[in-house]
Design a protein around this ligand. Structure first.
Ligand code: HAM
Length: 453
C-alpha cells in the first residue's frame, strides 16, 4: 500500500459512523435544550490567538501546534482547541453587546502534534460548550451538568467528576510563591520539564506524572488555604450547587489543566477504562481570556470533551470489533438496513430499478421534501438474481422488489417480504404507493413502541 493516513490521524469508516452520529445528535439535543447555540469557527486561526489565549508557556503552544506560514507569510495554526476561537468570535462580532450570557456549543476536529497512543491522536474530535458573560457559580454548574447529561443520554457510565479551583490573579501568585519556595528545595528530585516549570509556571508541577515529581509534590499544601474570599466563595457555591443538582464529584487538588487561561473552577471527567489517556472531558472558568484577547473583560466557563475517547468507551461496552468483522452485515453495526432492495434482472429492468429507487427515496407525494422517503438500494454489480437475494439479505433489507424483463413487459414486479418470505405480484404503477404506505405504517409502529419520532 503506497499511501497511509498521516501518523496520529485515521479514517472513521461508515461502519462506525452510527456511534459518531449518536454522540453528535445527543450533544445537539442536550445543548439546544439548554439554550446553547451552535458555533462553527475556522479550522485555522492566526497563530497569535493561541499564543495569547492558551499561553506561551504551555505544552500546546511550545510543542504541539501545527503552525505554518501561508503564501502571504502570515503565521497560521490549525486550531488545537476551541475556546480561544469561540472567544475571538464573541469579541469580533461584539456579541457582548447583546443580553448576556452568550452560550455556545461546537463539534469539530482539533489538531495537536502529540505522540500518538491509544486515545491520543494528532487530529481528534471534540464537542464543547462555552458560556460567556456570567460570573455566577451556577453557570459553572450548568456547564458541568450538561457534560454529565450528555454522557447519561449516551448510556456512558463509570466516570468520575474531579473538581478543583486554581484561584485568580489576585490569590494565585501567593500560592505560586509558596510552591516555588517549597519545591525549590527539592529541585534535584524533579524532572527536567518541572525544573523549568518551577521558574515559569510552578502550578503545572502539580499534575506531573513523573514519580520523582509526584513524591516531591505529595506534601505540598493544597491551594484552598491561599484562596481570596471571592475565589473561596465561588468554589463553595459550585460545590453546593453540584450537590443540589445531584452530580457526584470528588475534589482533586492536583488538577491544574494545561492551558493558561483558567481561573477559579477547573474540572476533569475521568474514566478508568481509558488507560493512560483517561480524561474524557475537561474544562473550567476563564474570566481573564476575553480581556487577554483585547476585548472587554468578560467572564466565561466551558468544557471540551474528546469524541474519540467517548466512542472508545461506548464501543468497548457494546462489544468492540463487531464492526470490523468480515461476516457481519452492515445492518448489524447499528445503521439500519434498507427498507427496500430492488433486484433488476436484465438491461431494461435496470433503468426501471433506478427510477423506482429514486421515487421511493423521495417519498413520492409527500409535501415535505424527503418525508416518508424510504432507504432503498439496488444492484450495481450485475449480480444474478440468486446473488442479489443473498446480498439483500446480508444488507438486512425488509422488502425486495424483483424486476425481470418479462415481468416488466407485463407491467408488474414481484414484491417479497424478507421476514416472512411471502411473495406477490404487484403492478409497477402501484409500487411506490404501496411501499410508501408500508414505510409510514412501519414508522408509526416503531414510534408507538419506542415513544420516539
Ligand atoms: P483539553 O483538556 O485540552 O481542554 O481537551 C479536552 C478533551 O479533549 C480532553 O479531555 C480529551 O478528551 C480530548 N483530547 C485532548 N487532546 C486529545 C488528543 N490528542 N487525542 C484525543 N483526544 C484529545 C480543552 O481543549 C479546553 N478548550 C477545554 C475548555 C473549554 N475549557 C474551557 N472551555
Amino acid at each position: 500500500m503506497e499511501y497511509k493516513a498521516p501518523r496520529g490521524t485515521r479514517d472513521i469508516l461508515p461502519d462506525e459512523m452510527h456511534l459518531w452520529h449518536k454522540v453528535e445528535d445527543i450533544v445537539r439535543l442536550v445543548c439546544e435544550r439548554a439554550g446553547y447555540g451552535e458555533i462553527r469557527t475556522p479550522i485555522f486561526e492566526y497563530t497569535e490567538l493561541f499564543e495569547r489565549g492558551i499561553g506561551q508557556v504551555t505544552d500546546i503552544v511550545e510543542k504541539e501546534m501545527y503552525t505554518f506560514l501561508d503564501k502571504a507569510k502570515r503565521s497560521i495554526t490549525l486550531r488545537p482547541e476551541g475556546t480561544a476561537s469561540v472567544v475571538r468570535a464573541f469579541l469580533e462580532h461584539k456579541l457582548y453587546a447583546r443580553p448576556q450570557p452568550t452560550k455556545f456549543y461546537y463539534i469539530g476536529p482539533m489538531f495537536r502534534y502529540e505522540r500518538p497512543q491509544s486515545g491520543r491522536y494528532r487530529q481528534f474530535w471534540q464537542f464543547g460548550v462555552e458560556a460567556l458573560g456570567s460570573q455566577d457559580p451556577a453557570m459553572d454548574v450548568e456547564v458541568i451538568g450538561i457534560l454529565i447529561e450528555i454522557y447519561r443520554q449516551l448510556g456512558l457510565g463509570g466516570f468520575e467528576v474531579q473538581l478543583n479551583t486554581i484561584g485568580c490573579p489576585e490569590c494565585r501568585p501567593r500560592y505560586r510563591d509558596e510552591l516555588r519556595s517549597y519545591l525549590g528545595g527539592r529541585a534535584g528530585e524533579l524532572c527536567e520539564d518541572c525544573r523549568r516549570r518551577l521558574v515559569r509556571n510552578p502550578l503545572r508541577l502539580l499534575d506531573c506524572k513523573e514519580p520523582g515529581c509526584q513524591r516531591a509534590i505529595d506534601e505540598v499544601p493544597p491551594i484552598f488555604e491561599y484562596l481570596c474570599d471571592e475565589c473561596r466563595e465561588h468554589f463553595e457555591g459550585v460545590k453546593a450547587l453540584l450537590s443540589a443538582l445531584g452530580v457526584s464529584f470528588v475534589i482533586n487538588p492536583r488538577i491544574v489543566r494545561g492551558l493558561d487561561y483558567y481561573t477559579k473552577t477547573v474540572f476533569e471527567v475521568v474514566h478508568s477504562e481509558l488507560g493512560a489517556q483517561d480524561v474524557l472531558g475537561a474544562g473550567g472558568r476563564y474570566d481573564g481570556l476575553a480581556g487577554e484577547c483585547g476585548g472587554p473583560p468578560t467572564p466565561g466557563v466551558g468544557f471540551a470533551a474528546g469524541i474519540d475517547r467517548a466512542i472508545q468507551v461506548l464501543s468497548a461496552g457494546a462489544g468492540a470489533g463487531e464492526a470490523g468483522d468480515a461476516e457481519s452485515r452492515p445492518g448489524d453495526a447499528g445503521a439500519p438496513g434498507p427498507d427496500v432492495y430492488i433486484a433488476p434482472i436484465g438491461r431494461e429492468a435496470k433503468a426501471e430499478a433506478l427510477k423506482l429507487a429514486f421515487a421511493l427515496r423521495q417519498g413520492a407525494g409527500e409535501e415535505t421534501p424527503g418525508a416518508g422517503g424510504l432507504k432503498v438500494e439496488t444492484d450495481f454489480m450485475g449480480r444474478s438474481l440468486k446473488a442479489q437475494m443473498k446480498y439483500a439479505n446480508k444488507l438486512g433489507a425488509r422488502q425486495v422488489v424483483i424486476l425481470g424483463d418479462e415481468e416488466l413487459h407485463r407491467g408488474v414486479a414481484l414484491l417479497r417480504d424478507m421476514s416472512t418470505g411471502d411473495q406477490e405480484e404487484v403492478p409497477i404503477t402501484d409500487i411506490v404507493k404501496r411501499l410508501s404506505t408500508f414505510g409510514r405504517a412501519e414508522a408509526a409502529t416503531v414510534q408507538e413502541a419506542t415513544g420516539c419520532r
